[in-house]
Every structure is written in structure tokens, then in C-alpha cells.
Design a protein around this ligand. Structure first.
Ligand code: CMC
Length: 430
């Protein structure tokens, strides 16, 4: 369709190639460069995948310039206003919204797989008490392939479905167990008479000695956060799940790799980093200084929770979550100096030319951290919360990949910059 002209630096010659276009249902076409190396002897160079589509996918669509996010064609605004996390998980996995009967069956299945194997308690006890819950979660999810090794035939649709149910069902149980272990509380079994989010909050906060007084806004806010975090097409962690999945690795190993990728502060770790940054700023009076530091490239400091690779106008999730953030603070009557710092920082950055010119807006993680703090979820659990929600997306992508007939092992090329061939010299003459 298009011809691409480019120079080879060593020969300064121009090469023209015809590249077929790959089109989706909406969004930019992609140039299929699969045969480029064979035809021209050149690779493409795109660190960070700035212009590279790695797969076809029918799950999630983002238009970063227009601030659009859709799961299976449904705008995130509609899903967050009308749906719930489990229904969204069903949608991501199956491509369609469930009927009442389908939803009830799915909910039943998830609810009845929430228990973790009793041996998992002993596995978790192997960790030092102050282990980061993301480290524990990553290891615990990888270990599921040892607990359920008889049902991980990636070519069996029933095994794939069971793995999806098990992951979505057990992730909150394991996450809460990791947290409770880290603070020395007894682990709680899931109470299946509760909905997904309320059950999780009970496993986090209920103590054997007294009933838990839980505000309904807490479950509502958590459900919304889970919907907003459920999928985000080919982000770093989902791409990691797919890269690992492309080798034929089992779903638990693939998702554990996604959890590791999510942990970094440039990705899911940003929500934890936001709170650490706010604590470091400490006071509304220091917000100006922090903004100046973020603009200074030599400082090595960025405003956590600002900017996004894809969204260059606004993050539609941040818009939705901001409203919920104010509702939660209001309904729970939370007053916290760090939240004042956050609001001042948001205001200062939004009117600063540096941030305006670079289209840096608060992203979903800026507000999610504030809500989690208001819900008394400890900072080191923030990224774990993200992982619980994103599990629905990760496993949907993993299944889509396994069901795609032409899936190839992911194997990028490189531009080698090391030493050219040289002869080995014995140690005594070096
Ligand atoms: N604070 C200060 N400057 C920034 C920031 C920031 N948070 N983000 C980007 N910039 C600057 C950057 O220095 C660069 O400036 P210049 O053009 O002068 O060199 C310009 O903006 C473009 O930045 P980039 O690093 O090329 O953009 P990217 O698309 O590679 O990175 C990002 C996107 C999200 C990694 C980055 O904005 C960032 O590090 N943000 C802070 C971490 C964060 O909040 N991450 C959560 C992302 S949303 C949830 C998720 O996907 O997990």
C-alpha cells in the first residue's frame, strides 16, 4: 500500500519497499514489516514500541488523542456507570456482555473458586515478614502452576477457561493473605455470601474478634477502580504476558510475569510512587518546589501519576476516578494533609506550561492512590490492587493469543553496538 523510503547510513542508498497494510475495525492501519528483513536486509528500530503493533486484538480499543477507551466496543464511561467488575471480566473474556443466566453462572464459578489451596498458607509463610506484597503475589501466582499442574494444558479450551476463573477468583484471596501475613494477622477465608469487592475488603480488614464496619462507598469505589484497571490493551504488563505466553508457557507463569512487569514505577507501581512522592513533598507549601524539580531534567524526579504513553489529551479513566475520589473523601469524611498536597499538585501542574506543552495530565494512578489511602489500604498494597483488576485483562489476552492460529513466539531483533570480532587473549598477557 505505502512505500517507505529510508537511508542506510553506511551506503547512503535509498530503498523502496511495498509494505502491505494491516487494518483493524477502527484506528490507524499498521504496516506489515514481517518480510522487511528478507527483502531489504534491514530491521526496524523502535525502542519502547513507539510505532509498533505487536498483535491483532479484539479486546480493548484506545484512541489516545481523543481520550477514548472501550472494552469490546463498550465505552469505559458506560461500563463504569452501569456495570460491575465481574460483568466486565466476563465481557473481556467472552467478547459479549452476559445474559442474566450467563452472569449468574460466571459469578457462581468465580465465587466457588475463591479458596486458596491450604498449602499456599505454608508457601506464604516461607517469606520474611517484611516482604513486599508484590514479591509475594508474583511468587504465589507463579506457584499456582504447581498446585494445578493437572489442568494446565494450554491447548484445551476447558483448561484455559478454568485457569481464567481460578486466577480471577483467587487473586483477591492471595493478595489479602499476602497483606495479612506482612502485618502478622491471621489469614481470612473468603466469605462467599459477599460480592467480589466486599469479600476482598473483608479478607483484608476483618479481624476474628469483632465485626467489620464497612461503608458501602468502599466496595463501590473498589469496584469502579477494578473496572477502570481491568484492561488497557498492549501495555507493558499485558505485552509481557503475551511474550511469555507466546513461548507456550502456562497461564499462571504468564500472569506472574505480568505481575512482575506491573510492579515498576513507570507502570502499575506508579500508584504507590504517587503516595511516596506526596509524603516526600509533605506540605502544600512545597508543591511549587516539587513542580520545578519535575521540570528540571537533571533532578531525575518526575511527577508520579502524571503523563501517559498513549493518552495525550486526558486519561478518560482519570476523569471518572476523580469524581469518585471526591465522593469517597466526602462520604468517609476523610481529611488528610497528603490529600491536600495532591489536590494542590494537580492544580499547579495543570496550569504549568511545561506540563501543558508536553500534554502531561494526571493519569489513573494519581487518583487511585488517593482513593486507596482513603480506604485505608496500605501503600505497599496499591500495585497489588491494580494486579487484581488487571488479571481479567491479562488472562483475556492470554486466551486470545492461544486461540489465534498464526501466533508466533515473540522474538525481537536488535541493533548490536558491542565489540566487533576479536581474538581471545590468555589471562597472563591481558
Ligand atoms: N513528570 C515530568 N516530566 C515528564 C513526566 C512526568 N511525570 N512524564 C513525562 N515527562 C516529560 C519527559 O521528560 C519528556 O520531556 P522532553 O520532551 O522535554 O524530553 C516528555 O514529557 C515526554 O516523556 P516520555 O518519557 O518520552 O513519555 P513516555 O510516553 O515514554 O512515558 C510515562 C510515559 C507514563 C512512562 C511517563 O509520563 C512517566 O514516567 N510518568 C510518571 C509515571 C506514571 O505516572 N506512570 C503511570 C502511567 S498510567 C498507568 C499505567 O499504565 O500503568
Amino acid at each position: 500500500m505505502t512505500d517507505a523510503n529510508y537511508k542506510l547510513t553506511d551506503e547512503a542508498r535509498r530503498i523502496s519497499v511495498d509494505l502491505p497494510a494491516v487494518r483493524g475495525t477502527v484506528g490507524p492501519a499498521a504496516l506489515d514489516i514481517g518480510k522487511l528483513y528478507r527483502e531489504t536486509g534491514c530491521f526496524t528500530f523502535d525502542p519502547g514500541f513507539m510505532s509498533t503493533a505487536s498483535c491483532r486484538s479484539a479486546i480493548t480499543y484506545i484512541d489516545g488523542d481523543a481520550g477514548v477507551l472501550m472494552y469490546r466496543g463498550y465505552p469505559i464511561e458506560q461500563l463504569s456507570a452501569n456495570s460491575n467488575f465481574l460483568e466486565v471480566a466476563y465481557l473481556l473474556l467472552n467478547g459479549e456482555l452476559p445474559t442474566a443466566a450467563e452472569f449468574s453462572e460466571f459469578e457462581h464459578e468465580v465465587t466457588h473458586h475463591t479458596m486458596m489451596h491450604e498449602s499456599m498458607r505454608f508457601f506464604l509463610r516461607g517469606f520474611h515478614h517484611d516482604a513486599h506484597p508484590m514479591a509475594m503475589l508474583c511468587a504465589a501466582i507463579a506457584s499456582l502452576s504447581a498446585f494445578y499442574h493437572d489442568k494446565i494444558d494450554i491447548n484445551d479450551p476447558a483448561h484455559r477457561k478454568l485457569a481464567a476463573i481460578r486466577l480471577i477468583a483467587k487473586m483477591p484471596t492471595i493478595a489479602a493473605a499476602c497483606y495479612r501475613y506482612s502485618i502478622g494477622w491471621p489469614m481470612r477465608y473468603p466469605r462467599n455470601n459477599l460480592d467480589y469487592c466486599t469479600r476482598f475488603l473483608h479478607m483484608m480488614f476483618e479481624v476474628p474478634s469483632e465485626p467489620l464496619d464497612l461503608s458501602p462507598v468502599a466496595s463501590k469505589a473498589l469496584d469502579l477502580l477494578f473496572i477502570l484497571h481491568a484492561d488497557h490493551e498492549q501495555n507493558a504488563s499485558t505485552s509481557t504476558v503475551r511474550l511469555v505466553g507466546s513461548t507456550g508457557a502456562n497461564p499462571y507463569a504468564s500472569v506472574a510475569a505480568g505481575i512482575a512487569a506491573l510492579w515498576g514505577p513507570a507502570h502499575g507501581g506508579a500508584n504507590e510512587a504517587v503516595l511516596k512522592m506526596l509524603a516526600e513533598i509533605g506540605d502544600v507549601k512545597s508543591v511549587g518546589k516539587a513542580v520545578e524539580r519535575a521540570k528540571d531534567k537533571n533532578s531525575g524526579f518526575r511527577l508520579m501519576g502524571f503523563g501517559h504513553r498513549v493518552y495525550k489529551n486526558f486519561d478518560p479513566r482519570a476523569k471518572i476516578i476523580r469524581t469518585m475520589c471526591y465522593r469517597v473523601l466526602d462520604e468517609l469524611g476523610v481529611s488528610d494533609p497528603l490529600l491536600d498536597v495532591a489536590m494542590k499538585l494537580e492544580e499547579a501542574a495543570l496550569k504549568d506550561d511545561y506540563f501543558i506543552e508536553r500534554k502531561l495530565y494526571p493519569n489513573v494512578d494519581f487518583y487511585s492512590g488517593i482513593i486507596y489511602k482513603a480506604l485505608k489500604i496500605p501503600t505497599e498494597m496499591f500495585t497489588v490492587m491494580f494486579a487484581i483488576a488487571r488479571t481479567a485483562g491479562w488472562i483475556s489476552h492470554w486466551i486470545e493469543q492461544q486461540e489465534t492460529p498464526d501466533t508466533k513466539i515473540g522474538r525481537p531483533r536488535q541493533v548490536y553496538t558491542g565489540a566487533i570480532e576479536r581474538d581471545y587473549r590468555p589471562i597472563e598477557v591481558r
